[in-house]
Design a protein around this ligand. Structure first.
Ligand code: DQA
Length: 147
């Protein structure tokens, strides 16, 4: 089985972008961690990052063909995008929403997520370890509902 790992806008800048908020690890570190954890769970990872909403939507649609779950950090699209939510709901796969920072301890506009209402689990404030939790959780959830 395979998981789609989606990182949204600006997450390509991880490591240098506001490190006091997002930490010093890079996107490559996130992908390496995800691949290691997924392998331990007997899963493969397909990793995508884009700054373009439509690219993310296309990747999510394609996941219907060959993925059993989606781990997504939608970046700022979390707080703005009905389109992204509809795509995630549309493919009907279990979704784990990840935020590096604790969005609830930050600005008011980060408190609402369009994705959370259709997510199987939501993890915020655990840094890149959040991706590990998300993968292990989806592995469990997918085991309960074989696809
Ligand atoms: C983020 C939180 C969002 O509010 C922000 O726009 C991001 C990153 C996080 O991982 O903490 O781009 O999703």
């Amino acid at each position: 089985k395979r998981l789609l790992l989606v990182n949204g806008p600006n997450l390509n800048l991880l490591g240098t972008r506001e490190p006091q908020i997002y930490g010093h690890e890079t996107l490559a570190d996130v992908v390496a961690l995800a691949e290691r954890v997924a392998a331990e769970e007997g899963l493969e990872i397909r990793a995508v990052q884009s700054n373009h909403e439509g690219m993310l939507i296309d990747a999510i649609h394609e996941a219907r063909e060959d993925c059993a779950g989606i781990v997504i950090n939608p970046g700022g699209l979390t707080h703005t995008s009905v389109v992204l939510r509809d795509a995630l709901a549309g493919v009907g796969l279990p979704i784990a929403e990840v935020h590096l920072s604790n969005v609830h301890a930050r600005e008011e506009f980060r408190h609402h997520s369009f994705v959370s209402g259709i997510a199987s689990c939501v993890i915020a404030g655990a840094g890149i370890q959040g991706y590990e939790f998300a993968i292990r959780r989806l592995a469990r959830v997918m085991g309960e509902t074989p696809t």
